[in-house]
Write a protein that binds this ligand. Structure first.
Ligand code: 5AD
Ligand code: SF4
Length: 460
């Protein structure tokens, strides 16, 4: 009998990947995904704990789900509610105590146990938040061809989980545990399976993905750079990306991969968090502002058309106006193509939560100033794209009839008028108009390209 499964993902792309793998693992038990919680037999919230706001969302969503579950029960239909992800890991017991609607709580390392936990949950509430000795990746089911096709031409593969860096603001080492890398052979097999089902772009994921050190095909520890070289050989794989990286783990092999592999996209998310050496030290980032600038320079030498994006935290304990100005200065020095900025949010159990906190008003004011700057740089980067020709990977039909939408190498959405047969293909587009975050353009005739490419425009 088919049952309906609704999974909602919060937070990072690793949660999106995990949600897919949970759905794949539940498929043999008869679960089919549905787009709304209203008719679901099983609801899974895959939660995020990175900032207070992200964690709070879980409880408000659970309140709504409780009403839905009660309404279904009065009509004689049973709805099972599961909380997964990083909040489940961090405060599983608290969730069960606070919310009677929750039937099971499952931490990120135990998703392979879901089918068995569901059976247990029929008799009483179930919780798994251990870090079991077996790895979930060896037990989670692979997606079917149909599931891969439904999810589109761009796919994720988690290659590494956990983090040993212990930045003083961050909960990840506590919720996802120590760094574990998957063996290269397993990743290659997963990538081949995706490519055979039509996937053209693969993003490798990890909380500290460039710290990857999984077993290589030769039995020795590999690096992300070497893994990239191997993945680039897979027929059909046209684009490779990876996220999220730590500046200290940008090693020679990875920088060489940026130089040598056209499939490795010239866009890199490299969080810096702050431009002040004093604050970087208090955050235990293990690098200085100068180290970061040097890494960016090395990457630009390897791949001159590379664009950077970053994460920033403002209002970290002890941050002075001068420290904050260092961050603004770094923003202009590098000219990030895009960036995310966050107000520092104290997370229970992390060292910075016990430091002296800045007033909320100061944090708000700095966030606003940084966001204004980010917007200006983002707009400047978009403006530079006007009139250039980009390779676009087409992903889906557009909002208007006759339109298809793809992405540039820099992840900008690119809607054009074009045939649906181009979906899954890469074709050059000349940008004719910029609207907010999208590049509008026309399909360029590959044989008669007139407009310069971005690489040519930056002198690559
Ligand atoms: N407060 C605010 N932002 C945080 N981040 C991580 N922890 C915190 C925190 N306690 C931000 C960092 C990280 C991104 C994923 O979230 O910028 O790179
Ligand atoms: Fe959120 Fe971090 Fe967990 Fe991802 S790993 S879901 S960002 S807390």
């Amino acid at each position: 009998m088919t049952k309906k499964l609704y999974v909602k993902s919060y937070g990072c792309q690793m949660n999106v990947y995990d949600s897919h793998r949970m759905a794949d693992t539940l498929a043999p038990a008869g679960f089919v995904e549905t787009a709304t919680p209203d008719d679901a037999d099983l609801i899974i919230l895959n939660t995020c704990n990175i900032r207070e706001k992200a964690a709070d969302k879980v409880y408000s969503e659970l309140g709504r789900i409780r009403e839905l579950k009660d309404a279904a029960a009065s009509g004689g239909r049973r709805v099972t509610v599961a909380v997964a992800g990083c909040v489940a890991q961090a405060e599983g017991k608290e969730i069960l105590r606070r919310e009677r609607a929750v039937d099971l709580v499952v931490g990120p390392q135990s998703y392979h146990r879901l089918p068995e936990m569901l059976e247990r949950a029929e008799r009483g509430r179930a919780i798994e938040t251990e870090f079991p000795v077996e790895t979930k990746f060896d037990h989670l089911a692979a997606p079917s061809r149909a599931a891969i096709a439904r999810r589109g031409v761009s796919a994720f593969i988690t290659v590494q989980e956990g983090c040993d860096k212990f930045c003083t603001f961050c909960v990840v080492p506590y919720t996802r545990g120590m760094e574990v890398s998957r063996p290269a052979a397993k990743i290659v097999a997963e990538a081949e399976r995706l490519a055979q089902a039509g996937v053209r772009e693969i993003t490798l994921l990890g909380q500290n993905v460039n710290g990857y050190h999984g077993e290589g095909v030769d039995g020795r520890a590999s690096t992300l750079g070497r893994l990239m070289h191997r993945l680039a050989e897979i027929p059909g794989v046209a684009r490779l990306r990876y996220s999220t990286s730590h500046p200290c783990d940008m090693d020679d092999s990875l920088i060489a991969a940026h130089r040598d592999l056209p499939a490795l996209m010239p866009q890199l998310h490299l969080p810096v968090q702050s431009g002040s050496d004093r604050i970087l030290e208090a955050m235990n980032r293990r690098h200085t502002r100068a180290d970061y600038l040097r890494t960016v320079e090395r990457l630009r030498t390897a791949r001159p058309d590379i664009a950077f994006s970053s994460d920033f935290i403002v209002g970290f304990p002890g941050e002075t106006e001068e420290d904050f100005r260092d961050t603004l200065r770094l923003m202009s020095e590098i000219g990030f193509a895009s960036a995310y900025s966050f107000k520092y949010s104290p997370r229970p159990g992390t060292p910075a939560a016990d430091m002296n906190q800045l007033p909320e008003a100061v944090k708000n004011e700095r966030l606003q100033r940084l966001q204004d700057d980010i917007e200006r740089h983002q707009a400047a980067f978009m403006a530079r794209c006007l009139g250039l020709t980009f390779d676009v990977l087409f992903e889906k039909p557009g909002r208007h009839p006759g339109q298809i939408v793809g992405r540039s190498p820099y992840l900008q959405p690119v809607p054009v008028v074009g045939p649906p047969s181009l979906i899954g293909e890469i074709a050059p587009v000349t940008v004719t108009e910029i609207r907010v975050n999208s590049l509008f353009g026309t399909l360029a005739d590959a044989s008669r390209q007139t407009a310069p490419s971005f690489a040519e425009a930056v002198g690559a």
